[in-house]
Each structure stands twice: as C-alpha cells, then as structure tokens.
Design a protein around this ligand. Structure first.
Ligand SMILES: C[S@@+](CC[C@H](N)C(=O)[O-])C[C@H]1O[C@@H](n2cnc3c(N)ncnc32)[C@H](O)[C@@H]1O
Ligand SMILES: [Zn+2]
Ligand SMILES: [Zn+2]
Length: 435
C-alpha cells in the first residue's frame, strides 16, 4: 500500500494544493504539519487558481470589487505604480488587494488562497483542502495546523461585489476587530468530524513590536492538533521535557524514596506521578520566530516542527499495512497505584471486603507504586504482518521553503511537500540537499 506513494516520497512537488492532494492515496500519510496562508495577510505573488464552481463551465471572469472609498483609493494607488505586494503583519490594516475574480456563470472564484474577499470563502477553501487531508491521512494520523489571525481593515464591513447571491449571509467583522479566523476554522473542522485534541499557544518571545496604543501587541499564534480517530499514534515519551523542580511529596511517599530518585517520586496528593523521562511539554510553546532572512516566506522555526513530528509521526511503519511500530521506552508503574495512598492501601481500602492488607500484599503494593524498575525498554510491533518497516511519512501541503520536510528528513522520517510557488520550491530543494 505504501508503494502508491513512491513518486511523492521525499519530494517537494510544485503544484496547487488540491491537485497535489487528489493524487495521494487514501489513508497513506502518518502526520501533517502545515501552515496555510493566513487570510488577508500577505500576497505571496503566486499564480491564481480556480476554486469551487462548475468544472464543466466555460468561465467568464469578472473582478470582485469592494465598494469602499478606501479600497477605490488603494486601487488607484496601485494603478499609479504603488506596491502591489504587501507583507502586512498582524495588526496592520490591509491595503490594496487583489480580491480575485468570480465567474459570471457559475460560483467559481479565481484567485490566491488567503486573498479571498470574504472570510466565508476563505474558510470554504480551507475546508475543501482539509477534507482532502483527512482522506489521505491514516486513521492513526495526526494533523497539526498553524494558523494566524488578522484585523479587519476599513474593508471589513463592506459589501463585496459578487454575481451570485451568497453575499447576504457573509461573515461581517467590524473594522479594527480581530477576524477570529483560527477560531472559526477550528470550530468548522470540529463540526466536520475532526477531533480537536489541542489548541497550542505558540508564544514568540521576539514578537513584532506594535505601534498600536489601544490594544496589546500580538505575541502568540495558534497551532491546532487534530485527529481522525479517538485513538491515534502519539509518542509523548519522545517529547518530554526536564522537570523544573522536585515534586512535593507526602510524608509516606518521602519515607519510601531515596532522595534524587525521580522514578520514586509521588506528588503531594499522591496522584501526580513525576515521570522519570521528564514532563509533558504542555500546550504553551515558547519559540522565537526565524531571523529576517526567512521571515519574508513566513518560514517555520525548526523547533516548532520538531515536537509535532517526534510525537505525531512514527519512526517506523509496517511495510505491508502501514501501521505504526510502537516504541515503548518506559513502562511506568501502574498509574492507579499512584492514585492510591500508601496509608489507604495499608488500611485495606483498595481491597473491598478486607480490613487490612497482609504484609506481603503491602509489599507488593509498594513495589508497584514506588518501584524504580519500571523503565523497561520494549518495542512492540503495531500489527502482525512481520514484513519489515519503513519510516513514517510527514506531509506539508503548503510546504513553502520546506521547514517541515527539512526537520522530517533530519529526524529520519519520509516526507512529501506541495508548494505552488516555484521560487519557494527551489529554495526548499536547496535546504533539503544540506540536511
Ligand atoms: C505560510 S507559508 C508556509 C511556510 C512554510 N511553513 C515554511 O516553513 O517555509 C504558505 C505557503 O503556501 C503556499 N501556497 C499558497 N497557496 C497555495 C496553493 N494553492 N497550493 C500550494 N501551495 C500554496 C505559499 O506559496 C507559501 O509558500
Ligand atoms: Zn464558471
Ligand atoms: Zn502490518
């Protein structure tokens, strides 16, 4: 089954995202890590593509117009030689924009993803892309999406000229308001059956300063972790981070532990085990953005991609059925044991009908709860095929300069990237050669 991927594996393919996805087989991708163009923020200077509408229609295009005096002024500036390409940072009001064109016969729109005249249309296109992502993802797969927000400019409330009737119900956002695009996107994804497992805050300690005086500067961005199924591949042990401090311990637990032996530590409430391999990194990630040389391409910092790939893409998958091979690095003591309290066990509370535990039972309980012998290394295959393994595969459908693929290669996973901009794809290939 993985052979159907042969012509995509470890390549950056210059294509429109929907064309690329359409060629991938069902249930073939282990992990998706991507950052689509944000709505209304930047013009990547890429060729327009046709979305929606009737594929059989002989489209006749009419520019989408915005009935605002500001837009008209901006359009005039643009004609007079003003910059057509703007790299607006979050918070900057949008200037001259190319809203694309609508077909006068059918519902098709021709333009660049992210430059749709309305939020609705952008979301519609994003959902079309992620419906396909869902199809190509394995049931065990994880999908990580970084999506930013923008503020409505003067055009936010204006009616957009469109031949069809869909405008009346368009989402309207008042000028100066956050458009809440990431929130709308993830709610729509949830309504379409995705399981939203995390809303991660990517905090940027080197965030852009803001000249705005009536709100706070934007210092973080959204990353969503979504899955197809309730059970999916996730290797928490691969991304644990060091504990900052020793846990507070109950008197009983303390009397049972040697100092400094983390594997024996039990939290004050007796329920919080301090995992010897480190703690769960949590859902707020502090990662500086890339230096200016890459900023123009909205390039991911490599660190932002590392955690999703290590946790969400298996190192190896079955050659035959594609099931992830599971690494069990550490078998922690019975977690229920930590939820119990030593004194409770002694009092026999955990054995219904018994007043007290016998000494050997207490010892067995102790061994389970406080043993440092939990750290067995075992590798359990995820399927019975026994046909050998290949690396798991990561997809970035908006590859840009291919940070996702670079990190995937460094972490010895396979990858495939789609990118519509030839210039970005050339840079991507250069970067990949040096990994
Ligand atoms: C936010 S950037 C991704 C940057 C990337 N994460 C990196 O680290 O370089 C979004 C990318 O999507 C590409 N893109 C925009 N529309 C596309 C489309 N319809 N099909 C494929 N790629 C598209 C843009 O050219 C841009 O490189
Ligand atoms: Zn048409
Ligand atoms: Zn198998």
């Amino acid at each position: 089954m993985t052979d159907a991927l042969a012509r995509f594996r470890n390549k950056i393919i210059v294509t429109d995202v929907l064309n690329g996805l359409a060629k991938l087989p069902d249930n073939s991708i282990d992990c998706v890590m991507t950052s689509p163009p944000y709505w209304g923020l930047r013009d990547y200077g890429i060729p327009p593509t046709v979305w929606d509408g009737d594929p059989g229609c002989r489209h006749k295009w009419k520019p989408a117009t915005v009935n605002s005096a500001r837009e008209k002024r901006n359009a005039a500036t643009k004609k007079a030689g003003g910059s057509a390409v703007r790299n607006n940072q979050l918070g900057a009001e949008l200037g001259a924009r190319d809203f694309g064109q609508f077909c006068v016969h059918c519902d098709a729109w021709r333009g660049c993803l992210g430059l749709e005249p309305t939020i609705d249309l952008f979301l519609k296109h994003m959902l079309a892309v992620f419906d396909e992502v869902k199809r190509v993802m394995k049931p065990t797969g994880t999908c990580w999406v970084n999506l930013g927000d923008s503020y409505a400019g003067g055009w936010g409330m204006k009616r957009v000229g469109r031949p069809s009737s869909g405008q009346a119900n368009a989402i309207r956002v008042r000028s100066k308001s956050l458009c809440l695009v990431p929130h709308r996107f993830v709610i729509a994804m949830s309504e379409r059956g995705w399981i939203v497992r995390n809303h991660i805050v990517w905090y940027k300690p080197n965030h852009m300063p803001s000249s705005t005086r009536d709100r706070f500067a934007n210092s973080w961005d959204h990353v969503f972790l979504m899955t197809k199924q309730r059970r999916y591949y996730f290797d928490l042990d691969a991304v644990r981070v060091p504990h900052r401090s020793l846990p507070r311990q109950s008197a009983n637990a303390r009397s049972k532990t040697r100092e400094g032996d983390l594997s024996r530590d039990v939290g004050a409430d007796g329920a919080t085990a301090f995992h010897p391999n480190g703690k769960n990194p949590g859902d707020c990630w502090t990662i500086a953005t890339r230096p200016a040389a890459f900023a123009h391409f909205a390039t991911f910092p490599e660190k932002l991609v590392e955690t999703p790939i290590k946790a969400g893409c298996p190192r190896l998958v079955c050659k035959q059925c594609g099931a992830p091979k599971r690494d069990i690095r550490y078998r922690p003591p019975n977690p229920n044991a930590f939820a119990m309290n030593y004194r409770d066990a002694q009092a026999g509370k955990h054995l219904p009908g018994k007043k007290r535990l016998r000494p050997d039972e207490v010892k067995r309980y102790d061994d389970r709860a406080y043993s440092s012998k939990g750290g067995t290394y075992t590798v359990a295959p995820g399927c019975p095929c026994n046909r050998g393994y290949v690396p798991g595969i990561v997809l970035d459908p908006f590859a840009g300069t291919a940070t996702t693929c670079v990190v995937a290669k460094r972490l010895r996973r396979n990858y495939v990237g789609f990118e519509i901009n030839q210039r970005h794809a050339v840079l991507a290939d250069d970067r990949l050669l040096n990994v």
